[in-house]
Write a protein that binds this ligand. Structure first.
Ligand SMILES: *[C@@H]1O[C@H](CO)[C@@H](O)[C@H](O)[C@H]1NC(C)=O
Length: 410
């Protein structure tokens, strides 16, 4: 703990140096106050901890390493938990660490499997946190898990907010009230909280606006204009759960800090089609609109899922991606990434004044799905040179040349 304290005092210090001369209040970032809130979970205290809190948040970790440098890394993770615990102090959330070796038995009893993961216990459910392990992301996640898994839509204003959430997978059901059918919907929602959003309405005009019939449930895929209607009504919990499992992988998915590992681990036979586009950049925005068109045209193709990454959301990863994929992320990019070795091949858009059209993009995607464009036979493509559209990162196009006149990222 001492090292943590030191690190915190230090970061606190540097923050204060910046803030000290200011008289204004109201923007004070929390600093770790040095109080231990994270429990060391073991055989004797885990049951009590489970019972005591609305939520119990456990970090399942490898034994503390001997190496000083790695210890520091471990302490940084511990600090994320401490800070999260401090910020959420007035919520009924317990925090703990479970050592994969020392507490192997407890881990087994709790069903913790993946070392390095955070698990959240709510009632009799376990929810794995699949996001970036930072205090911001974890706090947001836990607040979402604390909420009721079903949000009720009562009026036109709430309806408009619902309609704006195009990046999320959403379900909405129309029910008479909190009856059996609503309960089934609610039970289903608990299995997906907080990754998939569930809404319900008891209001006739809201239902009418969404063309929802009584006891009907609609499924909104991200970025699609029209929902899918779940077959049959009333629906059982199992009907809903199965439908969601089947339709969960969207044609266009946005990578976000809170679900980044969930998405990345859900690859398509070892690859991802990845699109980088900054929504706030004019080119990025245009490219995204084209991508959405392509996704809408191909939403019924179960083979296709494009992961959209807005580099603005991941400042810490941007330079890593540029280096790994040999890309300029100031421009929109689309390519195929092998998740085993991060080998990749990207659609060459560098020489074109214009972005590809939806048709060109669809042709390229077809080539990816058929295996004509892949990360494995780079040489073949650069040898053939049959289509100047394709360029591989290991090919004979030198990224330095490509970037001439640019601001020289490489
Ligand atoms: C991904 O890379 C691995 C390791 O290089 C290779 O064995 C595998 O075939 C590749 N997968 C695809 C789909 O190209």
């Amino acid at each position: 703990m001492k090292h943590i304290l030191l690190a915190v005092l230090w970061s606190g210090l540097s923050l204060r140096l910046v803030l000290h001369s200011r008289a204004e209040e109201g923007l004070e970032f929390p600093n770790f106050d040095g109080k231990d809130r994270v429990l060391d979970i073991n055989d004797r205290n885990y049951k009590k901890a489970l019972k005591r809190y609305d939520l119990l948040c456990l970090f399942f970790h490898e034994p503390v390493p001997n190496n000083k440098g790695l210890q520091k890394r471990f302490q940084m993770t511990e600090l994320v938990l401490e800070l999260t615990a401090q910020v959420l102090e007035n919520k009924d959330i317990g925090f703990g660490m479970v050592d994969s070796q020392k507490d192997a038995k407890v881990a087994n009893k709790l069903g913790l499997q993946e070392v390095g993961s955070v698990y959240v216990f709510k009632d009799d459910r376990v929810i794995e946190f699949d996001g970036e392990l930072s205090a911001d992301t974890l706090v947001e996640f836990l607040l979402d898990v604390l909420e009721d898994p079903v949000e009720i839509i009562n009026n036109a204003m709430e309806l408009r907010a619902f309609e704006r959430m195009e990046e999320d997978i959403r379900l909405i059901g129309y029910f008479r009230g909190e009856d059996l059918h609503y309960k089934a919907f609610q039970e289903a929602s608990e299995r997906f909280q907080p990754y998939i959003k569930f809404f319900a309405t008891f209001d006739k005009s809201v239902a009418k606006h969404l063309s929802l019939k009584m006891n009907e449930v609609n499924f909104y895929e991200p970025f699609m204009e029209e929902p899918a209607i779940l077959p049959g009504r009333p629906l059982s919990e199992l009907d809903i759960v199965e439908f969601v499992h089947q339709h969960r992988r969207a044609t266009l998915r946005k990578l976000r800090a809170e679900n980044m590992f969930e998405i990345w681990e859900d690859d398509m036979d070892g690859i991802h089609i990845v699109a980088f586009a900054e929504e706030e950049d004019p080119d990025g925005y245009e490219f995204l609109e084209i991508l959405k068109d392509v996704a809408r045209d191909n939403t019924n193709n179960p083979e296709l899922s494009i992961v959209w990454i807005d580099p603005d959301d991941f400042p810490l990863l941007t330079t890593y991606w540029e280096k790994t994929f040999k890309l300029d992320l100031f421009r929109p990019q689309i390519g195929v990434v092998n998740v085993t070795d991060a080998d990749s091949v990207w659609l060459d858009m560098s020489n074109d004044e214009d972005l590809p059209t939806a048709e060109e993009l669809e042709d390229w995607i077809e080539d990816v799905l058929s295996g004509r464009v892949n990360t494995e036979d780079d040489d073949e493509f650069t040898d053939e040179q049959e289509d100047e559209f394709y360029v591989s990162e290991e090919g004979d196009v030198n990224p330095d040349d490509e970037n001439d006149g640019d601001d020289g990222d490489y």
